[in-house]
Design a protein around this ligand. Structure first.
Ligand code: NAD
Length: 472
């Protein structure tokens, strides 16, 4: 039984369910739900063998209630108008949940990126940027892309460079795209931000003993059994932080080529090295190769992390999923109906609109850095350090207690950019969870966490329209 609704229809189904618990007028709800602009580009690129390939690309801007709009650029065969509209809508709700002042957008090109050479991908990316530019779908105050499935820092650097060439007088040109390499105006910590955000979210969720008891788990991440589907940017970093900083056991992993399981826990770095060397996660020492990649999702575990693409879990496989917590590191990995089934079964589904919002949060920090034209921490680092040293010296004089060099260097330390980024991300993920949880508690069991996060998002977007006087 495949999922009967399209991805965008599923997002809107989730929206409608949550909207029923708000008291906003139907007109305002309809405005929030609709895609404000969507564009389809068709353009040619010359392949390395001299032939011409015709590319199909899209960009959807879901909500202009705040500008710029913001969201990823995906390179995948799944890309179509419905998919970018769904992802753009999720971005609006996500930004609202973590208080990032952007509307949502998403774009993509329908290609299997691995079938193109680096120089072909560069031509595709630069031409796509040119198309976005000429149609006013990119700019630091208009619409700011970021990476998504199949794209990364390299593509973002090409986009930034193309935009700067087309807009030489735009002093804020670097803010036209985020997740750039640090040397190109990026920010420390952005590459791993989504995965780090998933880790902070799970750590917070698992720290609440009462909630864990309700699903038959003990509090804390230590020793929790985790399965990750998709070891790309998001999945790899999530697994790494859960293992290294959370003490969790990665008992299963699934990738394009297959899935593996290992009760005693998989060392994430060793698995990545094995994949680099052999081209596959299969055959990893001490692990069992499963019969298919999809079986990875069904491995017995406490926390399941789908970090590949949408609709990984539908009513087809939901009954066989054993996890107590599902963290939607990908966008839309659990179908709308499967999500309802999990709610009835008492499985905690942490919605994408909250759990993978770390990426856009740090993208927001990068955009601020680009507009300010200065690295975070540059002005105050030395001053803070010296103030703390003076304070320690005063304490030494007043109390006669001496501090060791190690104590002094750990206490009297001015914050680096990475410290500020991670601290801002941690605060954002923790605060947002408690806001969502409070809305969830208010529902008294009438709706799940997905609806709770959506209700919070709808309220914020509605307020933006209301405060502008557009709606009564
Ligand atoms: P990526 O391209 O870096 O990694 C995706 C990985 O999933 C790849 O290694 C791919 O081989 C693997 N994969 C594909 N199909 C699979 C399957 N059927 N089973 C197992 N593995 C499979 O992409 P990413 O940036 O990590 O994005 C992954 C998901 O996270 C997407 O849904 C994206 O929208 C979402 N997301 C990404 C970011 C970000 O900052 N990159 C932020 C928020 C959400």
């Amino acid at each position: 039984m495949s999922e009967p609704l399209t991805f965008f229809e599923q997002v809107n189904r989730n929206f409608d369910k949550a909207a029923a618990f708000t008291s906003h007028p139907p007109g305002i709800l309809e405005q929030i739900k609709q895609i404000n602009s969507v564009i389809h580009f068709v353009f040619p690129i010359k392949r390395d063998d001299g032939s011409v390939a015709v590319m199909h690309g899209w960009r959807a801007e879901h909500s202009h209630h705040k500008l710029p709009t913001k969201g990823g650029i995906r390179y995948a065969m799944t890309v179509n108008e419905d998919e970018v509209m769904a992802l753009a809508a999720l971005m609006t709700y996500k930004c609202a949940i973590v208080n990032v002042p952007f509307g949502g957008a998403t774009g993509g090109v329908r290609i299997a990126a691995h079938e193109y050479s680096e120089s072909e991908l560069e031509r595709i990316t630069r031409r796509f940027t040119f198309e976005l530019f000429t149609k006013n779908f990119i700019g630091p105050g208009l619409d700011v892309p970021a990476p998504d499935f199949g794209t990364g820092q390299r593509e973002m650097a090409w986009i930034a460079d193309t935009y700067a060439t087309l807009a030489p007088h735009d002093i804020n040109a670097a803010g036209c795209v985020t997740a750039k390499p640090v040397s190109e105006g990026g920010i420390e910590g952005r590459a791993e931000a989504t995965g780090r955000g998933v880790f902070y979210a799970l750590r917070e969720v698992c720290s609440i003993a009462e909630d864990m008891r309700a699903i038959g788990l003990t509090a804390g991440l230590e020793g929790k059994r985790v399965v990750v589907q998709g070891l790309g940017n998001v999945g790899y970093h999530t697994a790494k932080f859960l293992q290294e900083d959370g003490g969790a056991l990665i008992v299963g992993a699934a990738e394009h080529e297959g899935a593996i399981a290992k009760r005693g826990g998989i060392d994430v770095e060793a698995l990545m090295a094995h994949r680099l060397a052999t081209g596959s996660i299969l055959g990893f020492e001490g692990a069992t190769d499963l019969a298919s990649r999809d079986l990875g999702l069904e491995v017995d575990c406490d926390i399941l992390i789908p970090a590949a693409l949408e609709n990984a879990i539908t009513m087809d496989n939901a009954p066989r999923i054993k996890a107590k917590i599902i963290a939607e590191a990908a966008n839309g990995p659990v179908s709308s109906t499967a999500s309802e089934a999990f709610f009835e079964r008492g499985v905690l589904v942490l919605p994408d609109t909250y759990v993978n919002a770390g990426g856009v949060t740090v993208s927001y920090f990068e955009w601020l850095k680009n507009l300010e034209h200065v690295q975070f921490g540059r002005l105050e680092k030395r001053f803070d350090e010296q103030s703390a040293r003076r304070l320690l010296t005063a304490i030494e004089h007043a109390t006669g207690r001496g501090f060791s060099d190690q104590e002094i260097s750990s206490i009297a330390r001015g914050a680096e950019e990475i410290d500020l980024v991670n601290s801002g991300l941690e605060e954002t993920m923790i605060e947002a969870y408690h806001t969502v949880r409070e809305i969830f508690k208010r529902g008294g069991g009438a709706y799940d966490l997905r609806a709770a996060s959506m209700i919070g998002a709808i309220d914020k977007v509605a307020l933006a329209y209301k405060d502008r006087g557009i709606f009564p």
